[in-house]
Design a protein around this ligand. Structure first.
Ligand SMILES: [Mn+2]
Length: 310
């Protein structure tokens, strides 16, 4: 499969690298990793993410400024990264072949080639294996992207998905001159004041139920306006909620124009990807999400509680 994937890439000329809406470090890092390699192979490469604005915390990734918000007129291959279902790419149905590179166990296999390994901690680790299996040498810009993605999806090497392979991959990337200190500083020490204020709003209105085993908070469009925070500034709030000692299940509702996006995190007892899947979303055991096309927050929370057994 890894060889077949590379063959299709080699045979294609105009390639689109695309990742999921509201991208995280894995989505952007995985897609940006292939960009310079394909350019050097003489390909016409478009790197696409339809989200506006893109989270600027990733602006240190090589070729970040090359990301476009819309699809090019012409392409003969699409490669998607870190995206569990086609609708999360945010583009219309396309007729050119699609390679689906991912690590979500809830992936719907929407590609013509589905290069999915749910044992990998990040989609970027699947990219790394793709390069290794095809004898493509690592280089600094590529390693920086893959390492950033791996660091983020493992919570800087602290989540349950961390194993020996994760550290082996990290070692290979550092050997190829990815700089762990620089990358950590870029991601962890460049918060905007607006982001910290948004975090304060979350903490202030946090609700704890079921002997404080479940915690939830709701962020409204007004909260974003008031704090001046961007949508991507809320990405880590749900991890902060989970960090409370008693909390087993953390729920964050983020208002959108036509409903809510729901982020779920768990510690040990609950597989939140099951809950997300039940409501049309997806994700991982300890981190998952879905969207609800309703503004009835009580109903959304009740539905989650009905699925969660604590
Ligand atoms: Mn990922």
């Amino acid at each position: 499969m890894y060889k077949q994937t590379w063959r299709l890439i080699t045979e294609s000329q105009h390639i689109v690298l695309i990742s999921h809406i509201n991208p995280d470090g894995d989505a952007l890092g995985s897609s940006l990793a292939l960009y310079p390699l394909l350019k050097d192979m003489g390909k016409t490469v478009s790197i696409v993410n339809v989200t506006t604005p893109l989270p600027i915390r990733y602006d240190f990734l090589p070729n970040f400024t090359k990301i476009k918000q819309s699809m090019p007129l012409k392409c003969d291959l699409i490669i998607s990264f870190d995206c569990g279902s086609y609708d999360r790419l945010g583009i219309k149905k396309h007729h050119c072949p699609l390679i689906n590179i991912d690590h979500h166990k809830t992936n719907t296999n929407y590609g013509d080639i589905n290069l999915i390994d749910s044992t990998k901690a990040s989609a970027s680790s699947v990219v790394l294996k793709l390069l290794e299996q095809n004898d493509i040498a690592l280089r600094r810009d590529v390693a920086t992207c893959i390492y950033t993605a791996l660091a983020e999806d493992t919570g800087f090497f602290s989540f349950e998905n961390v194993n020996a392979t994760v550290f082996e991959d990290a070692a290979k990337l550092i050997a190829a001159k990815a700089n762990p200190g620089f990358i950590a500083q870029q991601l962890k020490e460049r918060n905007s004041l607006a982001k910290i204020r948004l975090t304060g709003i979350v903490i202030n209105q946090l609700e704890l139920i079921n002997d404080a085993k479940i915690a939830y908070a709701i962020l409204t469009l007004e909260d974003f306006k008031k704090s001046g925070a961007l949508r991507s500034d809320s990405d880590e709030c749900v991890d902060l909620i989970r960090s409370i000692v008693t909390v087993e299940l953390a729920i964050l509702l983020i208002e959108e124009s036509d409903g809510y996006k729901i982020s779920l995190r768990s510690k040990a007892q609950i597989d939140v990807s099951d809950i997300a899947l039940a409501y049309g979303g997806g994700g991982h055991k300890r981190a998952a999400g879905f969207t609800a096309k309703t503004k009835e927050t009580n109903t959304i929370i009740q539905n989650i509680l009905n699925e969660a057994t604590i």
